[in-house]
Design a protein. Structure first.
Length: 474
């Protein structure tokens, strides 16, 4: 190839890549193209044959792909251009491996590379060295930028400051002069909706009914959706520790947030018991056809009992694993309903009073233990932030304490599960009998285990009390 001169005719392919400025405005592609067009206009015989604007990033750490970059390779392979012009070297790629591929492509098709107002022939040893050095520096700067961003995110998280999209139920206040974030505060419109979700879930309302009411009332979802609310959306909200003033970083609670809690701790704890149980359900109760199907368990082998039809006429519940037990569906349903009503009557005072009994004392003791473990982890994290302990110490403490916190949270949820029943009001037994089968099943499933044994003799037309046990889960 002859030496590169500014006077030889060249068909130029201009490539510009979007780069947001600090205000989020995307003006850089226009500026890049204007600069490249002025360069072409100054050179005798140069013409623009194609312009490509890219919205993806050239960084190795970018999340959005460069959809239009392959068009550059297609145009070069088709022989449509003599030179690829960029505003600066990093507009093409910030990876040295990417530059190696680009260099091979340009050399194979005899295409020049231009950026920064200078044209390079990659077949020339000095030009190849200079461009290779530029791309090596671009890759290094990209890595430094990514590291700075990660450190800044970690620092903001450690300080409890918000990051990313605005949290549903809150709004953000900014300095009108500088645009700097000042505070994250409860939103007057969506804040009460979040609190309502926590209260309804803790009270034991079904996810289906909660979503149905929100959709019917025209309440906007966190993300615009023409289909309304879904149970997954509700669960994501009520299981997010940010609503009790905790900062979450990479899926872990790392300390207190800079914003005030929107939800009281006691309501959060009660809600987690219900939300965890709801999340573990294999399928919605709305699909059930038989009242005790999947709830009753065989008292011999422990397997689940499901309904089956005998001779096409008579429905029964049978052990799903070994057929150890088979009982009449009608008789078992009637007996369990009566027994559960009697159980609700027996514990009525505790349920109505909010369980201010020895069990309530156990809840408070468990909560104090959990608070102590969380505080222990927070203290070590604060000491690390103040350079009082080493990172190895922080990691060691977190490795030891985190499993203890998870166990304590599980123990607390187990104690709080009966809180579902408190949603039945001052007369739980009477209220439960007025529910439809879907909601009645859900309360029954949350409160007791139904254990069924074989009848003592064949042909009985009633259920023997000693053959069916309702074991409270609390």
């Amino acid at each position: 190839m002859p030496p590169v001169t500014s006077k030889q005719p060249l068909r130029c392919l201009l490539y510009a890549r979007v780069s947001r400025d600090l205000r989020g405005q995307m003006e850089s592609p226009k500026q890049q193209l204007d600069s490249l067009r002025e360069w072409v206009a100054r050179e005798q015989g140069w013409t623009v044959v194609l312009e490509i604007v890219e919205e993806g990033s050239a960084s190795a750490y970018a999340r959005k792909a460069r959809d239009r970059w392959p068009e550059v390779a297609v145009a070069i392979k088709a022989g449509r251009a003599d030179a690829l012009l960029l505003w600066e070297a990093s507009r093409g790629t910030r990876e040295l491996s990417g530059f190696t591929e680009l260099k091979s492509l340009l050399l194979e098709h005899g295409v020049l590379l231009g950026y920064g107002g200078k044209l390079y022939d990659l077949a020339d040893e000095s030009d190849a060295f200079r461009t290779g050095l530029d791309y090596l520096l671009a890759e290094s700067e990209s890595a430094k930028t990514s590291a700075r961003v990660r450190r800044a995110m970690a620092a903001r998280a450690q300080e409890g400051r918000p990051h990313g999209k605005n949290l549903y139920g809150f709004r953000r206040e900014y300095d009108p002069a500088t645009g700097r974030l000042l505070a994250q505060v409860p939103d007057e419109v969506t804040g009460p909706i979040v609190l309502r979700l926590f209260e309804e879930v803790a009270a034991g309302h079904s996810m289906y009914r909660i979503c149905q009411r929100l959709t019917e009332e025209g309440i906007a979802t966190p993300r615009p959706s023409a289909r309304g609310w879904f149970s997954t959306t509700v669960l994501q909200i009520v299981r997010n520790p940010a609503y009790i003033g905790k900062r979450v970083f990479r899926g872990e609670v790392i300390g207190d947030a800079s914003w005030a809690p929107l939800v009281p701790q006691e309501l959060w704890d009660r809600c987690q018991a219900v939300a965890t149980a709801e999340n573990r359900r294999r399928k919605p109760d709305a699909r059930f056809s038989h009242f005790l199907s999947g709830i009753a368990r065989c008292g011999v082998c422990g397997g689940p009992m499901y309904a089956l039809c005998n001779r096409g006429r008579y429905w029964s519940y049978a052990c799903h694993w070994k057929h150890c037990v088979t009982r009449s569906e009608r008789l078992l349903d009637e007996y369990v309903r009566r027994a559960f009503v009697a159980l609700l009557d027996e514990y009525r005072d505790e349920l109505v009073a909010g369980r201010e009994t020895a069990i309530s004392s156990a809840v408070e003791a468990q909560r104090r233990q959990l608070d102590g473990l969380r505080q222990r982890l927070d203290d070590v994290a604060a000491a690390y932030a103040a350079d009082q302990v080493k990172l190895a110490t922080l990691l060691a403490v977190e490795r030891d304490v985190r499993p203890m916190i998870e166990k304590a949270e599980g123990d607390l949820r187990a104690l709080l599960v009966p809180g579902v029943l408190r949603g039945l009001g001052p007369d739980p037994a009477a209220a439960w009998q007025t529910l439809d089968d879907e909601d009645a099943r859900r309360y029954l499933k949350a409160a007791v285990e139904v254990i069924v044994l074989p009848a003592t003799r064949r042909g009985l037309r009633y259920i023997e009390p000693e053959c069916v046990e309702l074991r409270p889960t609390w």
